[in-house]
Design a protein around this ligand. Structure first.
Ligand code: AMP
Ligand code: MG
Length: 509
């Protein structure tokens, strides 16, 4: 039996926050994917993870000897409605490992069978959606965006029933932790303050250890500090999503992490033609999780975290004490839009090739970015290629950029403004680098994203025909998003408009 060198701090420190459970056996496991680079980062020898042994391990049939599988409890607001008990209905945390950088990482299964939290569900997952987690997660990682990552996908040899019969699979997911806003809502909703404090202290020890040194357990400042730290991480994360055109699709509070990693690649997609109202998820009828709503939803979710943590910030029930605590958390929630805007603008400046602050930061750079996006919107231009071709324009080659626009002359006044601003950036005093603008722009504006039609094509071949070649090829391309190569050219092309118009992603449950 394999020994993984696992620690099980969640199981050890948080009794009452989970149920001990075992994965369902898989009849005929086969390893579809192993992330050897991630295995190496975890300090795991890839050899015993391959082949039949790897298949048995990652399908849940032969757990590492030191695994202590648990289903975590959590609650959550889903599309605005509160469920006091969700929990791992088809997932199990098998343990944690300290990686080669000294970071504690969760190793968890998804699709490993029913648990006490399954409600009506079958606890299973299908090959297609689990391979989607690999493709989109690895694409995000290669783009430099914090994300949970897939270590492996094993087919179970079992059928799962959705709209029809599909091949079943288990995903092994690696995360900085699986603590979610919903984890805190679970204990807050039950009024279990002891457990709430224990989970908050656990989160702080794991993600914000400096807070544990600065403030004793039980003191309000500690939990206010946690809220602030989470808000900052989410501001950074959502700004990064927005600057690559990523739409998560299901930003429920149980899908928002304390770590600031993107989690749960279900009905997600990268936008093609720029449209702030873009929605892909088949279940998001009201457009709650549309592209442009994401920063607002993040704030809404943070307000739910603030409510959940509030009982830890009041020393007594005295009216004045409660008001003081409410005022403090409100201040953090109210500060969120500015935190987000600063992160977003910083990213946009880099994409515009601007590295030194505007002489007087009068909002001109923000307006420059907004006006550019306005042009992309009116002319339905591909978001990714437009930014990328702007880098060519920085070298004086405008043809490729202009050819993306139906009416390129509309671009001219904006290009003039942009060039003037670039010239000022080159002469302005500031901390940023100078010269080689196009090269630097290409480091922050990818050439290649996980285009929806390519993802679907790869998943369909894998799921319907057991053909993993399109998946392997797409994955290889997604790992080099900033390198423009003729080899990967087909992956950089937008889908034909007819495909894009009707594109919907399904929840993948
Ligand atoms: P998700 O939409 O994947 O974030 O899941 C939301 C909730 O539904 C979580 O509590 C999941 O564990 C649960 N869930 C999703 N799919 C299934 C399934 N097939 N069986 C049991 N529970 C599920
Ligand atoms: Mg989820």
């Amino acid at each position: 039996m394999l020994h993984f060198g696992l620690d099980n701090s969640y199981a050890r420190e948080l009794p009452g926050a989970y149920v001990t459970w075992q994965p369902a056996p898989a009849p005929d496991p086969q390893l579809l994917y192993l992330n050897e680079a991630l295995a190496a980062e975890l300090g795991l020898d890839p050899l015993p993870l391959r082949g039949a042994q790897g298949a048995a391990l990652f399908a849940g049939n032969a757990l590492p000897s030191d695994a202590e599988p648990i289903a975590q409890a959590y609650a959550g607001h889903q599309f605005g409605g509160f469920s006091p008990q969700l929990g791992d209905g088809r997932a199990l945390l098998i343990g944690e490992r300290i990686d080669v950088h000294g970071q504690r990482r969760d190793i968890a299964f998804k699709g490993s069978g029913r648990t006490p939290f399954s409600r009506g569900g079958d606890g299973k997952a299908a090959v297609g959606p689990m391979l989607r987690e690999v493709l989109v997660g690895e694409a995000m990682h290669a783009l430099g965006i914090p994300t949970t990552r897939a270590l492996a996908v094993a087919a179970t040899g079992e059928q799962v029933f959705r709209e029809g019969a599909l091949p079943g699979a288990v995903l092994t997911r690696v995360a900085a932790s699986h603590l979610r806003v919903g984890t805190f809502q679970f204990f807050a909703a039950r009024g279990d303050l002891e457990q709430l404090r224990r989970v908050a202290d656990y989160a702080i020890a794991r993600h914000d250890p400096a807070l544990a040194t600065a403030h004793a357990s039980g003191t309000p400042a500690r939990y206010l500090g946690l809220l602030h730290a989470v808000a900052l991480r989410q501001a950074r994360l959502i700004a990064q999503w927005m600057n690559v055109g990523f739409i998560h699709g299901v930003m429920n509070t149980d899908n928002m992490t304390l770590s600031g990693e993107t989690i749960d690649y279900g009905p997600c997609a990268f936008m093609e033609a720029y449209d702030p109202a873009a929605v892909f998820s088949s279940i998001d009828h009201g457009g709650r999780y549309a592209y442009a709503n994401q920063p607002l939803i993040a704030r809404w979710n943070l307000a739910r975290l603030a409510e959940a943590l509030l009982p830890l910030m009041v020393a007594s029930d005295a009216e004045a004490e409660v008001q003081r605590a409410v005022a403090q958390v409100t201040e953090v929630i109210d500060a969120y839009p500015a935190m987000y805007a600063a992160e977003r603008l910083q990213g946009q400046r880099a994409k515009l090739g601007l590295y030194n602050a505007a002489p007087a930061d009068d909002g001109a750079d923000g307006a420059l970015a907004e006006d550019w996006l306005g042009l992309l919107h009116t002319q339905a231009v591909d978001f990714t290629l437009a930014w990328r071709r702007l880098a060519d324009a920085a070298e004086g080659r405008e043809d490729a950029l202009r050819s993306l626009f139906a009416a390129p002359e509309a671009l001219d006044p904006w290009l003039t403004r942009w060039r003037e601003r670039c010239a000022r950036d080159d002469t302005a005093a500031g901390p940023g680098p100078r010269g080689e603008r196009a090269l630097r722009m290409r480091r922050v504006s990818p050439w290649l994203i996980a285009r929806n039609h390519r993802v679907e094509e790869a998943l369909t071949a894998a799921s319907d025909d057991g053909n993993l070649t399109p998946f392997d090829q797409l994955l290889a391309a997604l790992q080099r998003p900033y390198d423009e190569t003729s080899e990967h050219a087909a992956y950089a092309e937008p889908a034909p408009a007819a495909v894009t118009a009707g594109y919907r992603t399904f929840c993948g449950t």
